[in-house]
Every structure is written in C-alpha cells, then in structure tokens.
Design a protein around this ligand. Structure first.
Ligand SMILES: [Zn+2]
Length: 501
C-alpha cells in the first residue's frame, strides 16, 4: 500500500538533500557539533545511533522481503532433478538459512507447494532474527542502566506500555522512544484497548516482588508504576490511514486510550487504596513520520486531551540551538503547556521524564527525515507476518509484524480478525499466504511452566485454524508455534513444524 500523493513539508525535503556523511559527523564531538549547527541539524539527535538502527532495519526487512523472489525462482525450477539440493543452495545463499533434510524432502515430495514454502522461509527468518536479537543484542536493548536510572529519578520503578497492535507502532520502544526493550513491558492491542484486569494483575505481581524481594526496588521507596497508552493517527491521510480499530477517527482513538488509562488508575485505587495510585501517560503517534503528541499530566497526574505538546514543532524550534539551549527549551515548553490551559503544572520529575522522551523522539524524527524523506513511503500497512500471543520482544521494527496480545483463545480474537483483514489485502489478494507466528512465554524457574505454555500455544494454533477454516484448508493460512523462557535472554524455541504439508 503505497500512498500516491504524500504531503512532505518543504523543510524536510531540504534537510534530506543536504545530508552529510556520518564519517564527517563522527570525526569528533566538536567538529560534529559544528557541522550540525552550520547545516541546521538538531543538536540533540543521536546520529550514530540512527546509523546503527537503520542498518539493522534494512538488513532484517530485506531478509523477509527476499523470500518472495526466492519462491518465484524455485517455482520455475521445481520439476528439475536434484531440486532438493537446489532449494538448499538457494535459501542458503539468498536467505542465509539452512533447512533440515526432513523439510527439504517434504517440499520435493509435494512437488513444491509454494504457499508452504513461502511460510516456511518467513518462519525460518523469524527464528534467525530471534536468535540474533537475544544472543547478540543488536539494538543494545539489554543495556538498561541509564534508562532505569532516568525512570527511578522520575519516581517510577516499572513501566508498562500499551500501544495499538498496528505494525506501524511495532518500533515504538526501540526507535520512536529510544528505550531499552528489556526495561519496559509492552502489550499491544487493537486500538490500544488494553485489558485493565490483566494490567492490574501485572501490577500486583510487581508490587509483590517489591514487597518480598525488593525487586526492582524496596516497597519503602515512594516510587510508582507508570502506565503509558499510545494511540496513533496519520496527519497526511487522517481519514484512511489512522487507527483501523477506531475507524481512523483520531479523537475516538485518543478518547478510548485515555478511558482505558483512567479505568486502570481507578481500578488500582478502588481495590488497593489511594496510597497505591499509579501514574498514567497518554501519547499520540503520527505514523507518517513517528513524531508524537505528548499529553502533559497535571499535578494530580490527570491527563487531559486538550493539553499536549507536538514533538515535531519543538524539533524545528530547537534546530539552531546548542544542545543545552534545546534541552531548556523542551523543559520550558512542557512546563508552559499546562499553564496555558490554566492547569496545575506536572510534578518536576514528571516534566523531566517527558522532556527526556521528547529529546529521544527527536532522533527518530531525524531518522525519518534522513532515511524516509520526512514521511514513510509505506504510510499504510506493510507487515510481513502476524504475531499472536505474548512476548515478541524481538519484534522492534516498524511494519514487520501485526502483533496481537492474546492470553486465552476465547478473548482477543477480535484483534486477530483485524489482522486477518489487513493481511487479506496485503497477501491473499496478491496470491500470497498469511504466515502466523504463535508465541507463548514461560517462566523457566516454575515447574511445568514450559509444558503448559506448549499446550496453550497448540490450543491457540488449533483455534486459529478452526476460526479461519477456509483460508486454512486452502493452505493460505499457516502457523508456527514458538515458546520462550522469558526469565533471561534466550531466543524463541520452535515447537512444531506447523506447515500443513
Ligand atoms: Zn490502531
């Protein structure tokens, strides 16, 4: 889905045309600052980090996108002798993966089922990505000390983020907010409509760990839990490319996310008393360019839809400043936001945290400026597979996955229905099957946890195939069951060869 006409502001085009090489920018800090100031680049942008993130995004997405042409190449050669060897040769050189003899035999015996083969390759790429992500930490998301310190200084011991399940928000943690994936809990739902009861259970679990083990900190420290909901919109095509779960109505999307946050806060206070209150934060994300609407809470921590700051505007206001001036400007903007609407200012620590988020987002705004000419060419859906279940921390890339958190097969299938609808346009209508990866995390310290997770994954898999019978029977919907021990940095484990061969 590519937009035929995109509104790209003139200033963005100008920035992209004059981009200097990173070699110049990284010579040393002083010369880099000079180059940035001369060319009008924002002083708070992390250029080297952008370079690293871009290299990862391009490499991983290419690995998935190459699958289609590999399938086409092999389909033409399917009747030739020694085809199994040819398959192995092509997937190894073009996709960097190696199939077992068992898999190769199945494809040869079946006279090459291209739908199964397509999904098998997507699944193999996912497993390779997962292994690299957890074992090599390519995005440095296991390095959490600095961010942990920032949250603690702001008075928070744990952070939960509930974005929309839309694949255009899948890079929210590592790219848009530049947070370490291992520090924040992410649970995505269509329309950011997170499960309040599940969130309460998680909160109880965290508070219990503080009480019994002083993890992540002692119950005596007056810190709180921070819950962030992220809805989204498209400024260039608001009535078509907004949130599908809210009919691309930005106001409805924002109201619904805020309503969930208020319910969560109320639930904690009603059940555990006002001393147990949590802090909530609402963020809106423009999926065209990854800029944010940061809603500033008042002194009591209440969020209001009329009080927000747009990071894109601040980014351009601070471009010709020094880094120190830009930081001061951001903090003042956050403080003045509430004053303008006659509301009480947020707590100073909260202001600092929001200012830090804004500063982090500046790097992503520049990322989109530089690499996407200020606006993504795929402003709509372009996901490569559907992910269902819990976890999927290794998915940190925009439009790679339509991810839907699902705890039980009875609940959560509405989100999967939205995903199937999206993939009917993306894949089925173009002759491609829908690859679905199921994930159930388990706690390796708990006896029987892995076995229960495996049973659950298979239950979800069975429910998926029976809910979408026509697609499944036609071989147009294929699944892979995976597990992961979430107590460390272990990669996903494959528990079944789910291709229906
Ligand atoms: Zn959405």
């Amino acid at each position: 889905m590519k937009a035929k006409s995109r509104k790209v502001p003139m200033f963005r085009r100008k920035i992209c045309v004059r981009w200097p090489s990173y070699d110049v920018l990284s010579q040393d800090v002083n010369s880099a600052s000079l180059v940035q100031n001369e060319l009008g680049f924002n002083p708070l942008v992390q250029f080297k980090q952008n370079e690293m993130l871009r290299a990862y995004e391009v490499r991983i997405k290419s690995a998935f996108d190459e699958v289609k042409s590999v399938v086409q190449e092999l389909f033409v050669q399917r009747t030739r002798s020694g085809f199994a060897c040819k398959i192995q040769d092509v997937v190894r050189t073009r996709l960097g993966i190696t199939f077992s003899q068992e898999v190769l035999n199945k494809f040869e015996q079946n006279n090459f089922d291209s739908d199964s083969f397509y999904c098998e390759c997507i699944f193999a790429q996912f497993m390779a990505m997962s292994k690299e992500f957890f074992e090599q930490d390519p995005l440095k998301g296991q390095n959490r000390a600095k961010a942990e310190n920032m949250f603690r200084k702001a008075g928070f011991h744990a952070v939960g983020i509930a974005p929309c399940a839309d694949g255009r928000l899948a890079h929210l943690i590592s790219y848009v907010l530049r947070l370490p994936y291992s520090l924040v809990r992410r649970k995505a739902h269509a329309g950011a409509l997170f499960d309040v009861s599940e969130s309460v259970r998680n909160w109880v679990f965290i508070e219990h760990s503080r009480f019994r083990e002083s993890v992540p900190n002692s119950i005596d420290e007056p810190t709180r839990y921070l819950k962030i909901a992220v809805y989204h919109y498209s400024k260039s095509d608001p009535s078509h490319q907004g949130c599908a779960a809210h009919g691309s109505d930005d106001t409805k999307a924002a109201e619904a996310a805020l309503s969930k946050l208020n319910d969560f806060r109320q639930a904690i206070e009603n059940r555990f008393g006002c001393g147990s209150t949590v802090q909530t934060l609402l963020i809106g994300m423009n999926t065209d360019d990854d800029s944010l609407k940061m809603y500033i809470p008042d002194k009591e921590g209440k969020v209001c839809l009329d009080r927000f700051i747009e990071t894109n505007a601040l980014f351009h206001q601070t471009t010709k400043m020094t880094a120190e001036q830009a930081k001061v400007q951001i903090q003042q903007a956050v403080m003045q936001c509430n004053a303008r609407s006659g509301s009480s200012p947020a707590l100073e620590s909260m202001n600092e945290l929001i200012a830090w988020f804004i500063e982090n987002n500046f790097s992503q705004i520049e990322y989109v400026n530089q690499y996407e000419k200020g606006c993504y060419s795929d402003i709509g859906h372009a996901e490569r597979f559907i992910g269902i279940g819990s976890g999927f921390e290794e998915v940190q890339l925009r439009n790679l996955t339509y991810y839907s958190y699902l705890d039980t097969v009875e609940e959560g299938f509405n989100d999967v229905d939205v995903g199937i609808k999206i993939f009917t346009g993306l894949n089925i209508n173009k002759g491609l099957p829908i690859p679905i990866i199921i994930r159930c995390d388990y706690d390796g310290r708990v006896p029987g946890s892995k076995e229960r997770a495996e049973s659950k994954a298979k239950r979800i898999e069975g429910a998926v195939h029976s809910r979408y019978t026509d697609l499944s029977e036609a071989g147009k919907l294929q699944t892979l069951c995976t597990l992961r021990d979430n107590t460390g940095h272990q990669p996903a484990e494959r528990i079944s060869l789910a291709c229906q061969l």
